[in-house]
Design a binder for this molecule. Sequence first.
Ligand code: AHG
Ligand code: MN
Ligand code: MN
Length: 335
Amino acid sequence: MAKQYQTLGEFIIDNQADFPYSSGELSRLINSIRLAAKVVNHEVNKAGLVDIIGAYGETNIQGEDQQKLDVYANQKFIQTLTNREIVCGIASEENDDFITISGCNNDHKNKYVVLMDPLDGSSNIDVNVSVGTIFSVYRRVTPIGTPVTKEDFLQPGNKQVAAGYIIYGTSTMLVYTTGHGVNGFTLNPALGSWYLSHPDMKFPENGRIYSINEGNYVHFPEGVKKYIKYCQEEDDDRPYTSRYIGSMVSDIHRNMIKGGIFIYPKSSKAFNGKLRLLYECNPMAYIIEQAGGKASDGYSRIMDIQPTELHQRAPFFAGSKKMVEKAEEFMRKFQ
Ligand code: AHG
Ligand code: MN
Ligand code: MN
């Protein structure tokens, strides 16, 4: 049971009994993610100083020039997850192919694969706007003792055992689920500890915020155009408010707290939309459903899609249950 103001460390220990089969591995995995998140947070916070640091001739420990933050975040998460005997493979938005982790004795005994978007909303870095990290965890399906294969990564979202995001915002939060609801932890930067600030997060069943890049309006399918007009109509609680940060983690985080819908539809320019099914849609969908919301591709459940490609894209309609159902109604009606 979640106790407010507990530290993440205490929370993980208290809730280990939820995974009798995992003998603490899943907890250790979350532990390594919270560590990498702190390191990346530190770097993200300094983003505006990069030029100044550069001007003073500073380089990093390895003597390399400052890198792009998404590459840095990718490396940090991969390093942290590799140095533990839990993960047998990682697939990342930043890598063309998956990475095989053979484990300490080269025995391929580790059980979990991690899929991630190390830095979501990366174009917002330059303008000091919130960005995030998204992660998704599955048990491998190929036999233990053999190297991972693509099959271990191409699992439908409904097989996830954990998923979460970190939001590097006005404060830094780690929000995750292991299938027993959603809990949010806020980082106290002075102490380096995460505290349970948002226990048992719930998506409001209905909301008044719609988040979509309306600049692409002319390219949207008819159902989406009509739904946008519906959001703007004068009636009961409408018009709704439009809010779009352009960093999905931040847009969905806000909508989960206030109630709203996030849409990245297919368009005449991008047939499956932009977002990646495995690194972005599935983990967010798992969190959203665990918080009582809904996530679909406009017609059916995101987490039931059988992936065929690592970097596959999917249209994404996610958020307050009633709003997503309404948008789906428009999609069916104006096919
Ligand atoms: P990333 O930075 O990982 O490439 O993801 C950016 C994504 C998502 O966070 C955001 O919602 C969307 O791209 C914004 O796209 P548009 O600029 O096309 O609206
Ligand atoms: Mn992204
Ligand atoms: Mn990214």
